[in-house]
Design a protein around this ligand. Structure first.
Ligand code: GLN
Length: 478
């Protein structure tokens, strides 16, 4: 049996019946890593072998990959940035602690865009990750390593983070399921911050059932994250029932515009027809402020990032670079040298953009304006959800693009986030799941969005669609 190609829920059955052991599963996954990791480059680093003692009685002794921005106590964690080289967090992120308590086998830390800035995993200090469906293409980003690892069966499931689409877009590009929970659903304690009003941690899995199970493990209130909300966590597997009859599903006309690849449009239109056939009521809706979402996001996100990255000064975390000569004062020279050598190009670009947007004289024109437009975008969704239960759109305007295709033009890279960032700006949950393949054999993603804390609605619609079509069963040959 190829244990590494199975889902977590299938493996859990085998574990319960004592047909396999956690060590068997771990060995199968490590074997696959030995076979394909050289080609894919999904990991920033692999984890030391776990202790299997007592694991058989834990609920989820399943291999998991963690994006390299989730703190693991005592293990180097760098956000794929040279500036954090050698940083060993003194504590576990809350999601990591919860996974460890469930018996998880941490297999490694997944590659990512530096500090999660990007949509292609090309800005990592470890070099790019390749898309397992076509090694000349990007896996998406910024959680591209996690998505590629799941697709290439180098892990059973993974955790990513999503500030503007970083779970959903790589999930779409790699043909897997990715969920960004509601802002406040999952604790970010121990997630290295990018933009604190947008960041969420979420599951990246082979199917919808696994996403429901993994979310259940990591969700819930945490006194260590003041933004985590104290609401009970439902048993999400109860929502996996193939029932969409009578549900109202909105299709926002602003999402079907020039720039949307015809093959993606076709697959998404066919997916909407499937939901209709299952009894969902399809409603044409408008989210009128959609055209402002990319600009608003890149003001708000860079402003917060420039502030969050202020702490990397060579004193408190990771790398310190001694200046070759004294130019101003030794400490200022050390800050400058460390930041100059430690941050990559995209991180520097974002620090400059964000600092500018926040600077005296420009604050009102950019940052404050951005916050106001963010409110308008959120209101579009509030209004839409008065008449519909869920909103269905493409996850990304295209399939995976070529490595190097967009690196010279940051704006074209930013525009690839057009369908995902509104969910972050409004705090709502959104899932991406496979809805077909292009002629070239590249996966296409379907995005479903719902009201705050209505993850159950996402699972209901996604599961009904998945079971009716079965795209998730296509196995990537690598
Ligand atoms: N691609 C977006 C960006 O570059 C989103 C990144 C993310 O969600 N972390 O900011």
């Amino acid at each position: 049996m190829n244990l590494h190609t199975l889902t977590a829920h299938a493996l859990q059955e085998l574990l319960l019946n004592r047909q396999v052991s956690p060590a068997d599963i771990y060995r199968a996954v490590r074997g696959q890593i030995d076979l394909v990791e050289k080609k894919v480059g999904a990991f920033a680093r692999l984890a030391p072998a776990p202790d299997f003692n007592g694991l058989a009685d834990k609920p989820f002794p399943i291999p998991v990959a963690l994006k390299d921005n989730l703190c693991i106590s005592g293990q180097e964690t760098t956000c794929a940035s040279k500036i954090l080289t050698g940083f060993r967090p003194p504590y576990d992120a809350t999601v990591v602690r919860r996974l460890k308590e469930a018996g998880a086998l941490i297999i490694g830390q997944a590659n990512m865009d530096e500090f999660a800035f990007g949509s292609s995993t090309e800005s990592s200090c470890y070099g790019p990750t390749k898309n397992p469906w076509d090694l000349t293409r990007v896996p998406g980003g910024s959680s591209g390593g996690a998505a590629a690892a799941v697709a290439a069966h180098e892990t059973i499931w993974a955790l990513g983070s999503d500030t503007g689409g970083s779970i959903r877009q790589p999930a779409a590009f790699c043909g897997i399921v990715g969920l960004k929970p509601t802002y406040g659903r999952v604790s970010r304690y121990g997630l290295i911050a990018f933009a604190s009003s947008l960041d969420q941690i979420g599951p990246m899995t082979k199917d919808v059932t696994d996403a429901a199970r993994l979310l259940k493990i990591i969700a819930g209130h945490d006194p260590l994250d003041a933004t985590s909300v104290d609401l009970p966590v439902p048993d999400y597997t109860q929502s996996l029932r193939c029932e969409v009859k009578g549900m109202r599903v909105g299709i926002p006309r602003e999402y079907f515009i020039a720039g949307l690849d015809p093959e993606v449009a076709e697959a998404v239109t066919a997916a909407i027809a499937v939901l209709k056939k299952q009894g969902a009521q399809i409603v044409d809706i408008s989210l009128p402020h959609t055209p402002y979402a990319v600009a608003t996001y890149y003001i708000v996100a860079t402003a917060e990032a420039s502030s969050n990255l202020g702490r990397y000064d060579g004193v408190r975390y990771g790398r310190r670079v001694r200046p070759p000569e004294i130019r101003q004062t030794p400490i200022i020279d050390m800050f400058e040298e460390t930041r100059d050598q430690g941050f990559g190009e995209e991180a520097k670009r974002r620090i400059m953009l964000g600092t500018y947007a926040l600077s005296a004289g420009y604050y009102d024109a950019y940052y404050l304006k951005g916050l106001k437009v963010r409110t308008l975008i959120k209101r579009d969704f509030d209004q839409a959800f008065q008449t519909v239960d869920a909103i269905v759109t493409p996850t990304a305007p295209t399939t995976a693009f070529k490595i190097g295709e967009k690196t010279a033009d940051p704006l074209s890279m930013y525009l690839s986030d057009i369908y995902t960032i509104s969910a972050n700006l409004s705090g709502i949950p959104a899932i991406s799941l496979p809805c077909g393949f292009s002629q070239a054999g590249l996966p296409i993603g379907l995005q479903i969005m719902a009201k705050p804390f209505a993850e159950e609605t996402l699972f209901r619609v996604a599961f009904a669609y998945e079971q009716a079509t079965g795209w998730h069963k296509r196995v990537c040959q690598i």
